[in-house]
Design a protein around this ligand. Structure first.
Ligand code: SAM
Ligand code: SF4
Length: 333
C-alpha cells in the first residue's frame, strides 16, 4: 500500500520504531543512570495493544518496523509480538521487520527471529575489550553478546554493529572494530553520543565527534564513498581492505532531518514525531478508546500533520546538561 502518511514538509513517513519496554538488563553509561526508575507496568502498552498500533501503521502504509527499547528481547513473551507482526511480511504489506538489541538474549532468540522473517538485526557493541565492556554496560558480560552474535550468524541473520563513539573509552579501538567487523562480515555504524536524559555523568566527557573518528580511520583504511542507504540517517562508506560498510550517524555535527521518514512509539504509547523534540501524541488513550481503531487512525493522522522539520540537539557547554529530558531507552534508539 502507498503511504498515506505524508508530513507537512512532503516527507513520506513509512518507518515506525517501537520501544517495547523501557527496561534493560544493561545500564550503559551514556544511556541510563545506574539506579534507573522504570515505569510501572500498568502504564506500559500490552503486547496486544502494541500489535494493534503497529498493524494500524502498516495499514496506513508503514513499510518498516523496528522493535527496540530498552532491551526489546527482555520483554516477556516478545516473540508473540514478532510472530503476530510477521503476517504483514507474508502479505507483502510490510517490507521489513527488524530489531535493535544489545545482543544479550540472542543465543536464545536468534533462530526464532529468523524463523518469523527477521532478516537483519542491529546489535550494539561499543568495545571488544571485556573490561571496558563491563565498564560501559555496567551489568553486561561481553561473552554473552559474542555468543549471541554467533547464534545470529548461524541463523543467517545479517548483522550491523552499532558503536557509540566515546571519548577516552573506545577511541583507541576504532581500527580493531573495523577489522573485526570486516572479518566477521558485519556492517558497522558509528553513532555520536546524543544528549538524552539525565545519566548522572557529564556528557561533555563522552562526546567524540565522528569527524575525528573518520579522520582517524583515514589514517589506516581506504574509505570509498558509496551511494548506499538503509533509509536512515547514516552516511555510508566502503572499506576497500575489508569490503565492509561503515555508516556514520552524526546528529550533533550534521543536520540529518531532510530525509527523515520515521516516527517513534514509546512503550507507553506516546508517538514522538522527532527523536529530538518533545511534541508527541497519545496513542494509548486512542487505542483504548474503541475497538475499531477509528480514534487511533485519526490521532495518528493528526500527529503526522504536525511532524516538525528537525531537531536541535545541543550539549550545553556551560552546564553540561541534556537538551532532551527523555532517555534514549524511552523513545527507542
Ligand atoms: N538495548 C538495545 C541496544 O542497546 O541496542 C536497544 C535500545 S538502545 C537505546 C538503541 C541504541 O541507542 C543503541 O545502539 C545505543 O548504543 C544507542 N544509544 C543509547 N543512548 C544513546 C545516547 N545518549 N546517544 C547516542 N546513542 C545512544
Ligand atoms: Fe540498555 Fe541499550 Fe540503553 Fe545499553 S543502550 S542501557 S543496552 S537500552
Amino acid at each position: 500500500m502507498e503511504s498515506h502518511l505524508i508530513d507537512p514538509f512532503g516527507r513520506k513517513v513509512n518507518y515506525l520504531r517501537v520501544s517495547v519496554t523501557d527496561r534493560c538488563d544493561f545500564r550503559c553509561v551514556y544511556c541510563m543512570a545506574e539506579d534507573m526508575t522504570f515505569l510501572p507496568k500498568s502504564e506500559v502498552l500490552s503486547l496486544e495493544e502494541m500489535e494493534r498500533v503497529c498493524s494500524t501503521f502498516v495499514d496506513l502504509g508503514v513499510k518498516k518496523l523496528r522493535l527496540t527499547g530498552g532491551e526489546p528481547l527482555v520483554r516477556r513473551n516478545i516473540m508473540w509480538l514478532f510472530t503476530k507482526l510477521s503476517r504483514h511480511l507474508e502479505s507483502g504489506d510490510l517490507e521489513e521487520l527488524t530489531v535493535t538489541t544489545n545482543g544479550s538474549q540472542l543465543s536464545k532468540y536468534a533462530k526464532e527471529l529468523a524463523e518469523v522473517g527477521v532478516r537483519r538485526i542491529n546489535v550494539s557493541l561499543d568495545t571488544l575489550d571485556e573490561k571496558k565492556f563491563g565498564g560501559i554496560t555496567r551489568w553486561g558480560r561481553l561473552r554473552q553478546v559474542l555468543d549471541g552474535l554467533e547464534a545470529a550468524k548461524k541463523a543467517n541473520l545479517k548483522i550491523k554493529i552499532n558503536v557509540v563513539a566515546l571519548r577516552g573509552i573506545n577511541d583507541e579501538e576504532i581500527h580493531d572494530l573495523v577489522a573485526w567487523c570486516g572479518g566477521e562480515g558485519f556492517d558497522l555504524t558509528f553513532i555520536e553520543v546524543m544528549p538524552m536524559g539525565e545519566i548522572g555523568d557529564l556528557r561533555l566527557d563522552q562526546y567524540l565527534p565522528l569527524s575525528m573518528v573518520r579522520a582517524k580511520l583515514n589514517e589506516k583504511w581506504t574509505l570509498e564513498d558509496i551511494n548506499y542507504s538503509t533509509g536512515g540517517p547514516a552516511r555510508y562508506v566502503k572499506v576497500k581492505e575489508t569490503n565492509g560498510k561503515i555508516g556514520f550517524i552524526t546528529p550533533m555535527t550534521h543536520n540529518f532531518c531532510e530525509s527523515c521518514n520515521r516516527v517513534r512509539l514509546t512503550c507507553t504509547g506516546q508517538l514522538y514525531l522527532c527523536l529530538g523534540q518533545e511534541d508527541s501524541a497519545d496513542l494509548r488513550s486512542a487505542v483504548r478508546a474503541d475497538k475499531n481503531n477509528a480514534k487511533l487512525i485519526a490521532t495518528i493522522n493528526e500527529a503526522i500533520g504536525r511532524k516538525p522539520k528537525g531537531h536541535d540537539f545541543i550539549i550545553d557547554r556551560r552546564r553540561g546538561q541534556s537538551s532532551v529530558p527523555r532517555h534514549m531507552s524511552v523513545t527507542g534508539g
